[in-house]
Design a protein around this ligand. Structure first.
Ligand code: SAH
Ligand code: SF4
Length: 356
């Protein structure tokens, strides 16, 4: 019996697959063919790899794990957003969301919001994912698998379907699963795979300062969004517990290092609740971000029953944005998508777990 640790097919680069093929004494070009079937065409079975001889498929299957994610539930919003609940090999479930932006002026944008962990250890006050605690990190194959399986399902309706953008904003804290996230980015970027440009991928973090520094040095050219949510340690400690470990001073220093080293503009995410959407908080935020290369994205908090958080009034949101704009910051108010299908991360999974 083969006692070697089995490799995950969806986590392998073409180069790593070449190593596998060489080890099995298969022709080297098989690696490129298999890579294209798996990462580019998003097939879900070995049998679908038509140009690989059956005998060779069997040899490869012996040493490689190939498990598509099992689709448990799909919800469709009237605005085109679709939310997927997938079951992993070990029975755990994760969510991801497909947002389709149909724009006349721009090319169509089809963004997938992927999960990076099962649950999350950070435990932010308004987040459905944090409520359930942390279970485990996702592997690179499971992260890439979300994009591949959504692509697979959508191509049944539209053979031309392609994902164009990725946001690491689903369940989990991506920078606490750094290596797997970076590996999945490399795979998704591969021209023979999904060919998604580095600049079309964005990592969102609750503020793991040392990993922001590492990302700045590794500089994979992906976008970085920082979930700031508050501009004082007092308020942020209560909303984003990561702040107790890496307070604002340390976080902002890491952000500055990031923009200095990469010359890239960060996005600061600010989810506003009825409590935090105050003029005084907006002024604090304007002060904190002075001189920082960045853009602010205001998000009215998506109410999750157990968190007790309430949305701010539209007028409060408007005043908040105005204070920031007047201080020279660029601000967008996030378009609401999928609110009719519980699109806040972690909500679908919680609902499903309470039913089953
Ligand atoms: N863990 C990472 C990425 C996943 S969360 C992070 O925290 O950045 C993605 C974004 O959704 C974060 O900005 C997070 O704060 C926000 N978010 C989570 N729950 C929310 C809710 N109920 N309403 C609005 N935004 C929420
Ligand atoms: Fe984790 Fe992000 Fe949710 Fe906070 S907002 S609990 S970091 S997933």
């Amino acid at each position: 019996m083969n006692t070697m640790k089995r490799l995950e097919l969806r986590a392998l680069s073409e180069q790593e697959l070449t190593g596998v093929c060489t080890g099995l004494e298969l022709k080297k070009f098989r690696a490129g063919q298999v890579f294209q079937w798996v990462q580019g065409k998003a097939v879900q079975t070995w049998e679908d790899m038509k140009n690989i001889p059956a005998q060779e498929r069997l040899q490869l299957a012996e040493g490689l794990d190939f498990h598509p994610l099992e689709l448990v539930r799909e919800q469709r919003s009237h605005d085109g957003t679709r939310k997927y609940l997938f079951r992993l090999q070990d029975g755990d479930t994760i969510e991801c969301v497909l947002m389709e932006y149909e724009r006349k002026s721009a090319r169509d944008r089809r963004t997938v919001c992927v999960s990076t962990q099962v649950g999350c250890a950070v435990g932010c006050a308004f987040c459905a994912t944090g409520l359930g605690g942390f279970r485990r990190n996702l592997s690179p194959g499971e992260i890439v698998g979300q994009v591949l399986d959504i692509t697979h399902h959508l191509r049944r309706e539209d053979p031309e379907f392609n994902v164009t953008n990725i946001v690491f904003m689903g369940m989990g804290e991506p920078l606490l699963n750094y290596d797997s996230v970076i590996k999945s980015i490399t795979l998704l970027n591969d021209a023979k795979g999904q060919n998604i440009g580095m600049r079309r991928m964005t990592i969102s973090t609750s503020g793991v300062a040392p990993k922001i520094r590492q990302l700045a040095r590794d500089n994979p050219q992906v976008g970085l969004a920082v979930s700031l949510h508050a501009a004082t340690d007092e308020v942020r400690d209560a909303l984003v517990p990561m702040n107790r470990r890496y307070p604002l001073k340390e976080l902002m220093a890491a952000c500055r290092e990031y923009s200095d080293l990469t010359n890239r503009r960060l996005t600061f995410e600010v989810a506003l609740t009825a409590d935090t959407a105050r003029r005084s908080q907006a002024e604090e935020l304007a002060g904190l971000l002075k001189g920082q290369l960045g853009h602010v994205n205001l998000i009215p908090v998506n109410p999750v029953a157990e968190t007790g958080m309430k949305r701010p009034l539209a007028s409060e949101l408007k005043t908040f944005a105005e204070v920031l704009v007047r201080s020279g910051l660029t601000v967008t108010v996030r378009e609401e998508r999928g609110t009719d299908i519980d699109a806040a991360c972690g909500q679908l999974r919680r609902q499903w777990e309470s039913e089953s």
